[in-house]
Design a protein around this ligand. Sequence first.
Ligand code: URA
Length: 425
Amino acid sequence: YRMVDLIQKKRDGKAFAKEEIEWMISGYAKGTVPDYQMSALAMAIYFQGMTTEETAALTMAMVATGKQLDLSAIPGVKVDKHSTGGVGDKVTLILAPLVASFGVPVAKMSGRGLGHTGGTLDKLESIPGFKIEKTEEDFIRQVQETGLAVIGQSDDLVKADKLLYALRDVTATVDIIPLIASSVMSKKIAAGADAILLDVTVGDGAFMKNIEDARVLARTMVDLGKSVGRQTIAVLTNMSQPLGHAVGNRNEITEAVNTLDGKGSPAFREFIAELAQLMLSLAGQEKSIPEILEHLDNGKARAKFDEMVLAQGGRTDGLTEALKADYQAEVKAEADGFISAEKAMAIGVLAMKLGAGRATKADSIDFEAGIYLEKKVGDLVQTGDVIARLYSNKPITDELMAEAKAAIELSDEASSHKEILEVIR
Ligand code: URA
């Protein structure tokens, strides 16, 4: 084949044969297909799409660019989860230990922040001493011994996704359904779990802006998982406002630990419990929501989290101390009313500018920077009430304050916000 012919083929709206996809992806992973041709191909896929068969072939071609983990030495049904990304998305930090506290082994590889979205690995690294790197043997041993490990994706898994992801990030080709589906599912398939819960985020702060697109993405991924013998369920979750109250790295660890200590906000606890119920059912355990919430109240989920942190070299004390940032500012209500919007994208970008995320790959993160939302959509506020607190080690300029204010909208009428929009099986 010649790459230029294949780019043209997709540009003109034709479907690829499996062999053509395998040739392109293996070539890209080996370095014989250059970035500039792959980025032209990604843009052609944006305009022309891919069939279900092409997406399946792409996914398996990506899996083949690295090794696949064998988790068979860990007894039981191994469950994994993955979110398509969001703002304030600290779900893994709570859900993984909660599910593991019921005896279901969770062996998870997480990612870093991307654009305005945060990454579980960055959040975990805000815990002093916490190591996100483990050899395959140590990873498996930790899950055998404690039932839980959350580590970084090892370099020898799905090499094509590492390369393609970085390329897509800078060529406006992230939000393309077949590319997201193959990126997520190739990693989940290579990581070896028997069952997978997918959190497909929808709305302003997600890559899928509307529910129709999210449904197509979820269906594509669920069918991909099932076609390779992995039980897969997708949940469409609302990312129009940040999830929970905290955005930022240590800030989100604090909210996660408080939630694991039974001190989470009711709506957030309920959301986590519903996801846990699905993950547990994938592993063959049927639990009621009250039974699940009990593990947040009786210390079992927190104990599992602490076991993981200790096994990965981290400290378990001081995780909920106040943020140590040189600059702090409050965003106050300028009128009475109900909060009608807290725009997740703008808040994610603002958190990044305060230091909580990277603007370029080379940037380092300020773990103490972030935003705490005292009020969420639907809450009633009076003039002068604090809606949000900003934390940074850089001066918080008037411009940043204006961005924070513009992200929050008030209305005379109460509105509601629901976290789980749909479940796709
Ligand atoms: N998360 C991923 O892992 N891949 C994507 O392409 C988008 C979100």
